[in-house]
Design a protein around this ligand. Structure first.
Ligand SMILES: [Zn+2]
Length: 231
């Protein structure tokens, strides 16, 4: 048999009603304030997410302990806008290694490659970026801050720093200027993260991709490069 009868209705006293009205008013006021703050923030815009320019004021480079890293002045900070295609804004896991790449587009500059990554925010053509790019003249650009994931090294994106290197021709061999800056950058990162020689690797060592081409085709040159970092 179906039980009959409704639940007895509870009587609310005048005091309780007043308290409910006050509580509801407080909640509505808080929601209104949050709404205004978000609207203003949206209109003003976040300097690091609203355009393809750079903005470094609010962005920290952090090490494995979460401490702020002050970059040396030879690194040109030109951060990508936060976007799903090239800078997801995700924190990394503990960094244990460095993955070295070549851009695969002979003669292009570090800034051109950086701007390509930035432009993916609009084009959505693919998912790609790197933490750093070393240029033909030895210039070093930071695209994605230390402590944030870049889309470069496949299943190692979360625990390595990625470095793209420019190259003048199809062989993929680096110029002396690029090479010297790469060594300097790697030494700097090895110091910060206490990286072991066996954890400085090529994209090739992650996926078998022929990247960085010259240093895949010339194992001796690759061995020399790692030796130069740690000597
Ligand atoms: Zn690569």
């Amino acid at each position: 048999m179906k039980p009959s009868g409704k639940r007895p209705s509870r009587k609310i006293s005048g005091n309780q009603r007043a308290a409910l009205v006050v509580a509801a008013s407080v909640v509505l006021a808080v929601l209104a304030i949050v709404g205004v703050v978000y609207t203003v923030a949206y209109i003003v815009g976040d300097p690091d997410s609203g355009n393809v320019g750079s903005g470094t004021e609010t962005v920290r480079n952090i090490d494995n302990e979460g401490s702020t890293v002050e970059l040396p002045d030879w690194i040109d900070v030109e951060l990508l806008p936060v976007n799903e295609f090239s800078r997801p804004g995700e924190p990394t896991d503990e960094i244990v290694g460095i993955v070295i790449h070549y851009v695969g587009n002979p003669g292009t500059s570090a800034m051109a490659n950086r701007n390509y990554f930035a432009g993916l925010a609009q084009s959505g053509a693919t998912y790609a970026s790197s933490n750093f790019i070393v240029g033909l003249d030895g210039e070093v650009i930071e695209c994605v801050p230390l402590g944030e994931v870049a889309y470069c090294s496949n299943n190692r994106n979360h625990d390595t720093i990625s470095i793209e290197c420019c190259h003048p021709d199809e062989t993929g061999e680096f110029t002396d200027e690029t090479y010297d800056s790469l060594i300097k950058l790697c030494r700097y990162l090895v110091e910060i993260y206490d990286i072991k020689p066996e954890n400085v690797i090529r994209h090739y060592d992650v996926t078998g991709k022929l990247c960085p081409l010259f240093y895949v085709e010339h194992e001796d040159a690759w061995a020399d490069l790692v030796t130069d970092i740690f000597s």
